[in-house]
Design a protein. Sequence first.
Length: 344
Amino acid sequence: MGEITTVGLDLAKSVFQVHAVDAEGRVVVRRQVRRPQLVKFFAGLSPCLIGMEACATAHYWARELTALGHEVRLMPPAYVKPYVKRQKNDAADAEAICEAVTRPTVRFVPVKSPEQQSAAMLHRSRALLVKQRTMLLHASRAHLAELGIATGAGVSQVTKMVGALVRSEPLELPDLARVVLETLARLVFDLQERLRTIDKQLAHWHYTNDLSNQLETIPGIGLVTASALASSIRDPNTFRSGRHFAAWLGLVPKQNLSGGKSRLGRISKQGNKYLRQLLILGATSVLRYLRREGSSPSPWIAGLLRRRPPKVVAVVLANKMTRIAWSVMTRGGEYEDKLVPRAI
């Protein structure tokens, strides 16, 4: 039996699948390892190359195995799928991972630190609470409409009506409906308090992070977007250029090239959905400011607005903001153009 040089590890909650080969590609180990014995198993191996699919727990295990002296590489699952031969099972996945990790054209995901993961948890928790608050507001508005009470459009109008329910102000409501609506209203205000707490923690992390402060100087990128970029991108040099970074986020048209004819469609929607959403919202706020203040936009933006709808222009502007953000992350320093105010 040869010495193990490459290992494909298929992660799971309790039972992990290991596929190990030697320098000549011969299979040395193909077995299942339970969670309590995983670290002990790799501690008994000589330093080798370990491949894993990037997932929720991959960064933790990458740090643990790197501490044992191994070289760990994380790969997007989409890059591993072409190497699965036939059936979809743990053994086939581990074998495909072992094969893909040695390919020179496969791109790898940098391992995140616990601090970066904690900051990303703030963003995910904030997005979840905002979603839950929106669901409760929509439900309250719909229930009120069923009883003939109309509320104005927008979150502020619905929140105002919800506040009246919390304060038990006189409204023409049946007693049973009032109990239900007051329950929903108190949940809304409880979520708002928790959101304020998370926003304070997010602001504190942002102002103590140099990279996040530098990103905030870019027009259209505010505190939330800057901290999300700083916590999500471990190593910006992984991308060869800002264009590759924008493509990774999914801010480029979907391409269909065949026979020398190229057809460009909508954005691909691949990559990080949360970051893409924040960048497009920031670009929309820049365009809204220019329209509201009557400021003359740059010739580039003005030309786009004459040829394309505003939402398409917002996506194009978000692409440009992404390339600027990559330049700031790789070169350091602040963005120098102060002509357009920053977004909130």
